[in-house]
Design a protein around this ligand. Structure first.
Ligand code: ADP
Length: 873
């Protein structure tokens, strides 16, 4: 092939010589007009068939294919022009063979004329560089229109020739008519013009095809000129014209073959390359395409020897085109297939399959390996199955392969992580809501197997509330909003039990729309249970604290009051985010006595404080309170100790008083006994001393009796031993006893004669009377009368003890019957008492079902009354 190409190159100058020779001979013959006639029709037919007809048909075929492939307009017109040119020679020669000279000249000249017009059309398109026809259907349509029209016209011309309806073209013997001359001259001019346009193409592109085509057209022009000059057949000029047409046919074929030849070394199809010659834009596009493509595009012949090598190939492999042309592509690139297929086998496969895609490793010029996605197509001869060569497109996937491998590794890692993670993870189809993948932990959590879950929807596992929650969250997530809170969902296990899970999900949007969602679930059932239990505990504690009489407050480490119970709120009001020093004391800084530091480090401290708001005294216990989050708060417990303190004081006083009360008679007793037992005391004095001792002992006995009664009552052990009692005799007996003890007061008994008998405890009634009469004596001046009355009242006996003593102010009267109450105003050193007598009276009277009261006027005297219910009422 290389040889052929060189040959054609070498023939370029001789071919021009033929043209020059033809022109010279035309001039010579035109001027000398030699009259020799050599006219063997057989030879003419053979020459025309072989050297014009056949090449013309081949050219037509190639150019038609090129037009169909590319839509480049000149190719269409050139193909039709070639056909018309060939038909002119063949049909004209045919008529000549049958001696129809007139018809021969008519058909030949007319078809030559048509060929000229078509060449002009082609030249016009070459000059104007019209856009190619893009649509394949339109190309087919245009092609068939042109060829069918041409064939119809040719058919008509042949028909006219046969039936000898010939325009006044040529008359045998007489020669050409003016019409014939015009037609032939026009043909000559049109061939000349189109030939020159082709030459222009040659000078622009240096393409051999243009060169040969231009020569062919110029020779055709020469042929027409000669026929124009010499009308007769068989003359020297006529023969010159014929030979010129023969050469024209041959050159046309050469032009087409050259174009085709070129395509075998370039990277495009023959059709495209041929068309590209006539369309600079097409050519530029192809050049641009092939040289700007990043992929390597390599063409080879059938033996895999490189015939074309684009810039992409130079970049990928590092070899320049000139260095690799003619080399075996497989050897050059050290090709090995990724699937380990043997190279020879693959070569076979490429040729037989027509096209093949495979992954290969190539070696670059610098020895480094590159990973290549290789696509190979065979280049076949048009309409035949012969493989002319191959085109390899190599796409460098080294980078993407590395990143793909890295991706695969990280994917594998992620999958393993998900699979073996102790956390439940699954992937859910966003639309179908079915499971795509589930990890082991998820199966364990739900109690279902993977296969069972794959049959189910993720949403089946939830109750309505959780379902709605999840759908809402998924929609929010899919809309790009952030779900900040970690919502909790109830999930039903296979065994029907319900667990609680915190779900986190990530929605994937591969094509802008939500596609899959990755869901990570944490089983928080235990935590929830603990929290619930804790909450119940807390609620219980709060309700206890709320119900407490004692005040309770809790402060955090930063002095914030985080809780106060209603008792404290009643004193200090609502707390609303206040610091303890401000809330309790109205300070703006912490209290100088603040014990937080010690309490928070573990000490339990107690202190007493009187709160101004209530005026009451509290014992405040401050204790550390450990919170679940590890922090420590201070718990303060306010216990109201006002009463206790008062009682304590009273008790102290009481002990003092009792001691004093016992000490006085005891001193008398001891003094009297000491004196009585000393020597030389007259018997009369001894008796008086013993009487004093007896008085002291009785006084002590009275005090002790009252104490005993009171303590019995306090201990709920006050038991009456009732019996029918004649109150009058009891009163008289007590008066007698008092009369014996002292005589400074006048005792008068004023008792109704018809007193009924009552059920009462004799000893206790005596004690009541003794207490009341004792007080009457104590709090009235010497010589004053003490009167004891007893009357029958409504449903009861009313017994009164009246004195004319100091009396009791109205305000004090109500206090009299409370324990340890002694009226300050009446206290005199001589009038000792423990404030217990009246209380004991009250308890004893009330134990009998009666009541006790006082009527008194200060300075005038007092009347103490008590009732005893009548029996059976
Ligand atoms: P005491 O041991 O002090 O007499 P009581 O309970 O008997 O205790 O009396 C309480 C107080 O009531 C006395 O301290 C006194 O002030 C007042 N009181 C009791 N009886 C009389 C009375 N008859 N006249 C005036 N004051 C009395």
């Amino acid at each position: 092939m290389l040889r052929n190409r060189d040959l054609i190159k070498r023939l370029k100058i001789p071919a021009l010589g033929i043209l020059v020779l033809a022109v010279v001979l035309s001039i010579v013959f035109g001027l000398t007009r030699p009259t020799v006639v050599f006219d063997p029709p057989g030879l003419i037919v053979v020459l025309n068939l072989l050297l014009v007809g056949l090449p013309a048909v081949l050219v037509t075929f190639l150019f038609s294919r090129a037009f169909l492939a590319t839509g480049v307009w000149p190719v269409l017109w050139l193909g039709a022009a070639a056909l018309s040119f060939g038909l002119a020679s063949v049909i004209g020669a045919g008529f000549l063979l049958f001696g129809q000279v007139n018809a021969a000249v008519f058909t030949h000249n007319t078809l030559l004329f048509i060929s000229g017009i078509l060449n002009i059309a082609a030249a016009f398109h070459v000059l104007n560089n019209n856009d190619s026809l893009a649509s394949a259907v339109a190309r087919k349509g245009s092609l068939s229109q042109v060829y069918v029209s041409l064939l119809i016209v040719t058919g008509g011309i042949i028909a006219f020739g046969i039936i000898e309806i010939l325009p006044p073209f040529f008359v045998q013997g007489a020669g050409g008519t003016p019409l014939r001359q015009v037609i032939v001259a026009f043909s000559a001019v049109s061939f000349l013009v189109s030939g020159l346009v082709m030459f222009r193409g040659y000078f622009r592109s240096r393409s051999d095809m243009y060169y040969w085509y231009a020569l062919a057209l110029l020779l055709a022009a020469g042929g027409a000129l000669d026929i124009f000059l010499q009308t007769g057949t068989g003359t020297a000029l006529n023969w010159l014209g014929r030979l010129e047409q023969c050469f024209s046919g041959i050159f046309l074929l050469i032009a087409a073959l050259v174009a085709f030849q070129n395509t075998r070394t370039t990277r495009v199809s023959a059709e495209a390359a041929l068309a590209a010659l006539f369309s600079p834009r097409q050519e530029a596009n192809l050049e641009l395409l092939f040289d700007n493509i990043d992929d390597a595009i390599v063409s080879t012949d059938v033996k895999f020897h490189i015939t074309g090598w684009n810039r992409g190939a130079e970049v990928i492999y590092g070899w320049k085109a000139a260095e690799v042309i003619g080399k075996d592509i497989f050897a050059l690139l050290h090709t090995s297939y990724l699937d380990n297929s043997p190279v020879a086998f693959m070569q076979q496969k490429i040729i037989s399959a027509g096209s093949l895609t495979s992954e290969v490793i190539h070696q670059r010029r610098d020895g480094k390996n590159v990973y290549i996605l290789s696509r190979t197509n065979t280049l076949k001869e048009p309409l035949k199955n012969t493989v002319l060569g191959l085109v390899f497109v190599f796409h460098d996937v080294t980078e993407s392969r590395h990143s793909r491998l890295a991706l695969q590794i990280s994917e594998a890692k992620a999958n393993a992580l998900i699979r073996f993670a102790p956390t439940a993870i699954c992937e859910v189809d966003y639309k179908q809501r079915s499971f795509i993948s589930i990890n082991d932990a998820m199966c364990d959590m739900l109690g279902y197997s993977k296969d069972e879950l794959r049959e189910m929807s993720f949403f089946e596992l939830q109750d309505e509330q959780s379902h709605e929650l999840l759908v809402d969250r998924l929609h929010r997530q899919a809309a790009g909003k952030v779900n900040e809170d970690t919502a909790e969902y109830s999930v039903k296990k296979k065994d029907g039990s319900v667990i609680y899970a915190a779900l986190k999900f990530m929605v994937n949007h591969p094509a802008g729309r939500p596609d899959t969602a990755l869901i990570v679930a944490h089983d928080i059932t235990e935590r929830r249970k603990t929290e619930q239990a804790l909450q119940i505990e807390r609620d219980r504690l709060i309700s206890v604290l709320d119900a407490m009489q004692d005040g309770v407050s809790i402060m955090d480490q930063d002095y914030n009051v985080v809780y106060i119970n209603p008792s404290l709120r009643a004193i200090y009001g609502g707390v609303e985010n206040r610091k303890c020093y401000n809330y309790f004391n109205g300070f703006s800084v912490s209290c100088s006595w603040c014990n937080n530091a010690r309490v928070l480090s573990g000490a339990v401290l107690r202190r007493e404080t009187t709160i101004a708001q209530t005026g009451r005294t509290y014992e405040i216990t401050d204790a550390p309170l450990k919170n679940s989050d590890g922090t420590i708060s201070k718990l303060a417990l306010f216990h109201d100790i006002t009463e206790r303190k008062k009682i304590d004081e009273l008790k102290d006083d009481f002990i003092g008083m009792v001691s004093h009360e016992l000490k006085t008679p005891l001193t008398v007793v001891l003094g009297a006994l000491n004196a009585a037992t000393s020597n030389n005391i007259p018997p009369q004095e001894v008796k008086e001393l013993l009487d004093d001792a007896a008085w002291g002992a009785e006084t002590m006995s009275d005090v002790v009796d009252n104490l005993l009664e009171f303590s019995r009552w306090q201990a709920n052990r006050l038991m009456l031993s009732t019996q029918p009692l004649d109150v009058a005799s009891v009163i008289n007996r007590v008066i007698r006893q008092f009369g014996r003890k002292q005589s400074s007061r006048e005792m008068v008994a004023d008792i109704s004669s018809d007193l009924p008998v009552v059920n009462a405890d004799l000893v206790r009634i005596e004690r009541v009377l003794e207490n009341l009469i004792g007080n009457a004596i104590k709090y009235s001046p010497e010589g004053a009368q003490v009167r004891i009355t007893a009357r029958t009242g409504p449903e009861c006996l009313v017994i009164g003890v009246h004195d004319r003593g100091i009396g009791i102010a109205a305000v004090d009267q109500s206090k009299l019957f409370q324990r340890f109450q002694r009226l300050e105003t009446t206290m005199e050193a001589s009038l000792q008492g423990v404030g217990l007598g009246l209380v004991v009276c009250r308890r004893l009277v009330e134990a009998h079902g009666g009541r006790i009261w006082v009527e008194s006027e200060p300075g005038k005297g007092s009347s103490f009354y008590f009732t005893l219910p009548l029996p059976g009422e």
